[in-house]
Ligand binder design. Structure first.
Ligand code: ATP
Length: 465
C-alpha cells in the first residue's frame, strides 16, 4: 500500500510542463519518503477540445520502500531510487501540504485555461474512471463521486484538473511503455534547443526497442518539443533499462535532470471497443471503399468507406498517398478520431485488408479484316474501324491487370504526425515493421553526422509535451 499523488492541468502554452512539476515533487518528497514504482505519465482523451497540448496527467506513488531499489532518475545532482513495493507512510495531510506548496509555486495560474488540481489518495479510484477519461468525456462530479472516501482532493480555479489527476491514479496498465524525459537548465528555458540530429539517428539504430525518435523520410528529429517548456527531449521505448544509455547517446545541450516515466503512450488505449461511440471518441471502422478518393483544397484526402468519410489531413504528408490509391471495392479497417461536423473519421492508421483487381484498357479492339486497330467513338460509345466501318462494343477492348502499387497491410502517418497514444506499427508487428523500416532506411538513408541544428529550425511539428 502506498500514497497515490495525481496532478493535472498546471501548465500553459506559454511554458511549464506538469512532468517538470512532477520532478520537483519527487525531488522534495524523496528526502523523507521512498518513490514506489516509476512516476506515471498518463495521456487522456486526445480529442478533448480543452486540453493544452497532449492531455497528459501525472501520478507519483510514495511509501516506505521494500526490497532492492533501482535508479530511475537524477534530479539536482542526486540519483532518484525507486522501489517496487512499499508500505503506506504516515502523514497524508503533511504530504498534501508539501505537494500544495509546489503546485502553487509552479502552476500557470495566470492562464485563464489552466485549472490545476492534485489529489493524495490511499486507494486508487475505480479503473473505469481511467477508461472513461482516455476514451470519452468525464464530468468533475463523476470523477469526484467514484473517488469519494479515498483521500484528499485539492482543486484550484474551476477545478477541472481534478478529472485528469484522479484518472491518472486510476490507471492500471495492461499495456505500457516508458519515456525518459530530460529537462533543461533554468537559464536555457525558452531558448532554441541544441540537439545533434546525427546522434538521434545513431541512438534510434542502436536501440530498436525505442520508437518515434526520428522521421527518416523528412529527416526530422522528433524527440524534442518545440514549445518553450522545460523539456529538452524524451525517448520512448518498451524497455526502461536501456533508456539511460539511449539518453547518453544524444549529443548537444546537456540535460540538467532526467526521470523515467511509465506511460500509456503508444498503447492504443484511447481506441473505443465498439459502438455506440460517444462524442470526441477514437474508433475502429471497417468496410469496403465506396468512392474514389477526393482531394480537398489544402491537400487533405477524403475517401468514403461504409457510409463514413475517412480524412487524411495534409500534415500526415506521405500517408495521404496510401489513401489516394484506394478504389471502390478495396476493404480497409481504420483507426481514427470521430469528428461530428463535418462527420468524418480523422485517420490515425489504416489497414488495407484486400484490394480489388483494376483492369485497365491497354489497346483498342483489333479489326481482323483490315489488320488495324479500331478507333474510339467517345466515352462509353464503343469503337469503329475507320477503314471498313465495323463497330465494336466497349467490352471488345483489350484489358490487362495493372499493379495497384498498394499492398495489403497496416499504414501509419509519419513519426512527427502521430498521436501520443497511437500504437506505432513497430509495437504492433515487430517483424513486419522492421522489414518496412529497413526498406525506408535503404531508400532514404539520412546523412549521419549532419551538423547540430537548433531544433526549433529542424523540426516542423515535433512532439507536444
Ligand atoms: P500536457 O500539456 O500536460 O500534456 P495538457 O496541458 O494538454 O496536458 P491539460 O492542461 O492537463 O492538458 O488540460 C486538460 C484538461 O482536461 C484537464 O483539466 C483535465 O482534467 C481535463 N480532462 C482530461 N481528460 C478529460 C476527459 N476525458 N473528460 C473531461 N475532462 C478531461
Amino acid at each position: 500500500m502506498v500514497l497515490w499523488i495525481g496532478i493535472d492541468d498546471t501548465d500553459s502554452l506559454q511554458g511549464m510542463c506538469t512532468t517538470f512539476l512532477a520532478t520537483e515533487i519527487v525531488r522534495d518528497l524523496t528526502q523523507d519518503f521512498d518513490l514506489i514504482g516509476y512516476p506515471r505519465l498518463v495521456r487522456l482523451n486526445p480529442n478533448i477540445p480543452w486540453k493544452t497540448r497532449g492531455n497528459g496527467a501525472v501520478c507519483i506513488r510514495i511509501g516506505e520502500g521494500e526490497g532492492p531499489g533501482s535508479i530511475v532518475g537524477s534530479i539536482a545532482g542526486r540519483f532518484i531510487v525507486s522501489y517496487r513495493r512499499g508500505r503506506t507512510p504516515q502523514g497524508m495531510e503533511a504530504v498534501a501540504k508539501r505537494v500544495a506548496r509546489l503546485v502553487e509555486c509552479w502552476s500557470r495560474f495566470e492562464d485563464p485555461t489552466t485549472n490545476p488540481a492534485f489529489v493524495v489518495l490511499g486507494k486508487q479510484p475505480t479503473a473505469g474512471l481511467y477508461w472513461k477519461a482516455v476514451r470519452g468525456v468525464v464530468s468533475k462530479r463523476y470523477a469526484r463521486v467514484v473517488s469519494q472516501g479515498r483521500g484528499l482532493m485539492r482543486p484550484y480555479k474551476n477545478g477541472r484538473g481534478l478529472i485528469g489527476a484522479l484518472a491518472s491514479v486510476a490507471w492500471r496498465p495492461h499495456d505500457r511503455t516508458y519515456e525518459i524525459l530530460t529537462y533543461r537548465a533554468r537559464e536555457a528555458w525558452a531558448t532554441n534547443r541544441q540537439i545533434d540530429p546525427g546522434s538521434v539517428v545513431r541512438m534510434d539504430r542502436a536501440f530498436p526497442s525505442t520508437f518515434n525518435n526520428y522521421d527518416y523520410q523528412t529527416q526530422q528529429v522528433v524527440i524534442a518539443p518545440h514549445s518553450p517548456c522545460p523539456v529538452l527531449f524524451g525517448i520512448r521505448g518498451d524497455d526502461p533499462s536501456i533508456l539511460p544509455a539511449a539518453m547518453n547517446l544524444i549529443e548537444g545541450e546537456r540535460p540538467e535532470r532526467w526521470l523515467i516515466f511509465e506511460t500509456n503512450q503508444g498503447t492504443d488505449d484511447h481506441v473505443s471497443g465498439g459502438p455506440p461511440f460517444g462524442s470526441w471518441s477514437t474508433v475502429r471502422w471497417s468496410g469496403a471503399v465506396q468512392s474514389l478518393p477526393r482531394i480537398l483544397p489544402g491537400g487533405h484526402v477524403v475517401v468514403r468507406v461504409a457510409n463514413l468519410d475517412f480524412t487524411a489531413y495534409e500534415p500526415s504528408k506521405q500517408f495521404r498517398s496510401v489513401v489516394r490509391k484506394l478504389v471502390p471495392g478495396d476493404r480497409v479497417q481504420a483507426v481514427g478520431a470521430m469528428r461530428r461536423r463535418p462527420r468524418t473519421l480523422n485517420l490515425e492508421k489504416l489497414l488495407v485488408e484486400s484490394t480489388v483487381d483494376v483492369p485497365q484498357k491497354v489497346a483498342n479492339p483489333w479489326c481482323s479484316r483490315c489488320q488495324k486497330r479500331a478507333k474510339s467513338m467517345g466515352h462509353q460509345a464503343g469503337f469503329r474501324c475507320v477503314r471498313c466501318g465495323k463497330r465494336f462494343p466497349v467490352s471488345a477492348a483489350i484489358f490487362a491487370q495493372i499493379g495497384r502499387g498498394l499492398l495489403p497491410g497496416w499504414y501509419e502517418p509519419p513519426v512527427f504526425a502521430r498521436r501520443h497514444l497511437s500504437k506505432p506499427l513497430k509495437r504492433m508487428h515487430p517483424k513486419f515493421t522492421r522489414d518496412r523500416v529497413a526498406q525506408n532506411e535503404l531508400q532514404k538513408e539520412p546523412s549521419v553526422g549532419v551538423p547540430p541544428l537548433p531544433v526549433q529550425e529542424s523540426v516542423s511539428r515535433a512532439r507536444e509535451k
